[in-house]
Design a protein around this ligand. Structure first.
Ligand code: GLA
Length: 414
């Protein structure tokens, strides 16, 4: 995809049929929440379009990730150039910028935090050059800020950067993480001896549960064994694709791959299309806005992957949009999906999903670099043709009353 410098517009809308408010509070079964989407207002095809048949069937019951996890991860920007200073300063920045208050509470250390070898007792050890105070001290620091500390290991004999992996060490490593006060584990898939993910990921869940500490379990087997079909019983999230990189081509490809598994996400267990690249410089502001919008709509974990200590105002404006965050964190927890593709080359796309309180989120997404018209027809959204709605544009923050008759194609650039 060539990136031309054209003016770009990307619309993210919340449509509300607010005349009828559905009580969705308390601890109702998730399936009951979907009962709000009935006629009148929603069409007979609603449950087919959003395929709610598997919603809530087996999300992990450790009480965590009732909405997609939010925070920061070191990998996309820092790769192996990490240290306790970087982690502490990032925690400070999450607080001082106000991002922590908006929900970005997980401070996640990725690969390269440990020494190349275990110690004589067979334990994992933080690299004394880069993490001289150790992980426990770092966890204490982060907890004092009201944040949570995440760590990284691998369901193989080494991590991807050839540090010790946790395969066959699950119990001791989980105990060690818990004793340090770790709140989150990203568990990678390198050097896995050709053993199936279905056999390598459950032992770590068991070990984490046995510690008695609540540790969010983020599986990272890159979608190789169609994890959406089975990982809901094992992890709080599961990667559905290979690693993202900071390009429009990578981001859009990954969005499409992740979309395939939309029906399998729900409170407690989320499809993970990988961490955000917003703010890392490889895409334009408009492209990053599309990236953030679609990740929010897809109920992806929102893990900022830039250097938040040095964010530009534009990056901050994108990741701090409270209404877009609220789409991601909506209590219903249904993953939005691609509902319509039209135009030459499939440039005009409509992505949409149900939200709580009889609302829908709708993204009009131009996937190409020329201006296109995008129409979100009521039937494609699962609305009855006679339904009137109010519409709020989350990037413009405008409210409009609209019915099908008023629908006019709009001219949109990427
Ligand atoms: C794999 C993962 C990435 C990152 C690196 C670290 O590629 O998919 O997200 O954790 O390993 O080495």
């Amino acid at each position: 995809m060539a990136r031309s410098g054209t003016l770009s517009v990307h619309l993210l809308l919340v449509i509300s049929l607010s005349a009828i408010v559905v009580a969705a509070g308390g601890r109702a079964l998730p399936l009951n929440l979907l009962r709000g989407f009935e006629r009148p207002g929603f069409s007979r095809s609603f449950h087919r379009i959003y395929d709610t048949s598997k919603y809530g069937i087996f999300q992990l019951n450790n009480g965590l990730a009732q909405t997609p996890q939010m925070g920061w991860n070191s990998w996309n920007f820092f790769a192996c150039n990490i240290s306790e200073t970087v982690i502490k300063e990032t925690a400070d920045a999450l607080v001082s910028t106000g991002l922590a208050k908006l929900g970005y509470v997980h401070v996640n250390i990725d690969d390269c935090w440990s020494t190349p070898k275990r110690n004589a007792k067979g334990e994992l050890v933080a690299d004394p050059k880069t993490f001289p105070s150790g992980i426990k001290a770092l966890a204490d620091y982060v907890h004092k800020q009201g944040l949570k500390l995440g760590i990284y290991s691998d369901a193989g004999i080494y991590t991807c950067q050839v540090r010790p992996g946790s395969l066959y060490h699950e119990e001791n490593d989980a105990k060690q993480f818990a004793s340090w006060g770790v709140d989150y584990l990203k568990y990678d898939n390198c050097y896995n001896l050709g053993i199936k993910p279905k056999d390598r990921y459950p032992p770590m869940l068991k070990a984490l549960n046995a510690t008695g500490r609540q540790i969010l379990y983020s599986m990272c087997e890159w979608g190789v064994d169609d994890p959406a079909l089975w990982a809901g019983k094992i992890g709080n999230s599961w990667r559905t694709t290979d690693d993202i990189n900071d390009t429009w081509a990578s981001m859009t490809t990954i969005a499409d791959l992740n979309d395939k598994w939309a029906a399998y996400a729900g409170p407690g267990g989320w499809n993970d299309p990988d961490m955000l690249e917003v703010g890392n410089g490889g895409m334009t502001y408009q492209e990053y806005r599309a990236h953030f919008s679609i990740w929010a709509l897809m109920k992806a974990p929102l893990l900022v992957g830039c250097d938040v200590r040095n964010m530009t105002a534009e990056t901050y404006q994108l990741v701090s949009n409270e209404e877009v965050i609220a789409v991601n964190q909506d209590s219903l927890g249904v993953q939005g999906r691609k509902v319509n593709v039209s135009g030459t080359g499939g440039c005009s796309q409509v992505w949409a999903g149900p939200l709580s309180r009889r609302r829908l989120v709708v993204a009009l997404w131009n996937r190409c670099s020329k201006a296109v018209s995008i129409t979100a027809a009521w039937e494609a959204l699962g609305l009855d043709s006679s339904t009137s709605v109010s519409i709020r544009d989350l990037w413009q923050v405008r409210i409009t009353r609209m019915s099908q008759k008023m629908l006019r194609p709009r001219s949109l650039h990427r």
